[in-house]
Design a protein around this ligand. Structure first.
Ligand SMILES: Nc1ncnc2c1ncn2[C@@H]1O[C@H](COP(=O)(O)OP(=O)(O)OP(=O)(O)O)[C@@H](O)[C@H]1O
Ligand SMILES: [Mg+2]
Length: 277
């Protein structure tokens, strides 16, 4: 067993943001997490990476309960479990290579990092990774001069610099146009397939989850209400995840419910409508 998530829970005051999340992953996989706004997707990723402490539960990766790690062991896990975000989180005025080299931050002294003193071998590796992602020629530019899709690939390169077992991606394509979204999702898929890294991505559209993931987890009100293959993610299953019967938003009209029966694109439109995008 690679990953075992056992009753992982996060409580904020009286709000149960993640409610006893439980699932197991046998071998490296690309997993999509879907669900409407507030379902608990980001909170789950943040607990997994230890940016937020869980209120209860165990999360065992490769035999270690990562929720129990402290100090240096916790930091080591955070570097094995790299995170990418919707807003890229690069240092805008810093050049691309330096941004990527910051992925090695855990391995170097703060002082060396402060002065951008990185070993030559790391610089070469950073450029190789950028090359693999098709953006080596951007290496000397400031991060802020790149397009969104390029910036997200820099963020992926920074993550890869940590040589992580797991890449957690929180809505990695939510700020990108369709073409850049595809380039970024293709890159994540390739990193999973070629390197055998596990990728867990929160995604806001059903069609992306269906197209790129081996497995989809659906969350609703903090609970995992679906866990299956893209094929098993039928219209009915999607309806349960997004809660069509309960709080039906005004923008999801009866027309979009009828359109639902026609397939994946309609599902995506429907999901977006429910979430008010
Ligand atoms: N720091 C916090 N303090 C209090 N409540 C929080 C905090 N972070 C998240 N929550 C609450 O936890 C619940 C889950 O939030 P979370 O951000 O995980 O949802 P999400 O599925 O990622 O939503 P979105 O699709 O909008 O990103 C929400 O009710 C949210 O208001
Ligand atoms: Mg979120």
């Amino acid at each position: 067993m690679l990953l075992s998530v056992e009753g992982v829970t996060k409580i904020f005051g009286r709000n149960v943001a993640v409610d006893k999340a439980t699932f197991a992953v046998e071998r490296p996989a690309m997993i999509g997490i879907i669900g409407r706004s507030g379902a608990g997707k980001s909170t789950f990723l943040r607990m997994m990476n230890r940016m937020t402490d869980a209120s209860a539960g165990r999360l065992v990766f490769d035999g270690r309960d990562v929720l129990a790690l402290k100090g240096a062991e916790k930091r080591a896990w955070q570097s094995q479990c790299a995170m990418i975000f919707q807003q890229f989180n690069l240092v805008p005025r810093l050049d691309v290579v330096s941004n990527v080299l910051h992925g090695t931050l855990n391995r170097h002294s703060t002082l060396a990092t402060l002065f951008n003193l990185f070993p030559r071998s790391d610089v070469h590796r950073a450029i190789d990774i950028l090359d693999r992602l098709g953006i080596a020629e951007q290496a000397p530019k400031r991060a802020e001069a790149l397009s969104g899709g390029q910036q997200q690939r820099v963020a992926i390169a920074r993550a890869l610099m940590q040589d992580p077992h797991v890449i957690l991606a929180d809505e990695p394509i939510a700020s990108l146009d369709p073409m850049n979204a595809q380039i970024v999702m293709d890159a994540l898929r390739r990193i999973h397939e070629e390197d055998g890294r596990t990728v867990i991505a929160n995604l806001h559209t059903l069609d992306t989850a269906r197209r790129y993931c081996d497995r989809v987890i659906g969350m609703r009100d903090g609970r995992i209400v679906f866990d299956g293959t893209p094929e098993q993610l039928t219209t009915g299953a999607a309806r349960d995840i997004y809660g069509a019967d309960a709080g039906f938003s005004e923008s999801a009209t009866s027309t979009s419910i009828e359109a639902l029966e026609t397939g994946a694109d309609a599902d995506a439109a429907y999901a977006s409508a429910l979430m008010g995008d």
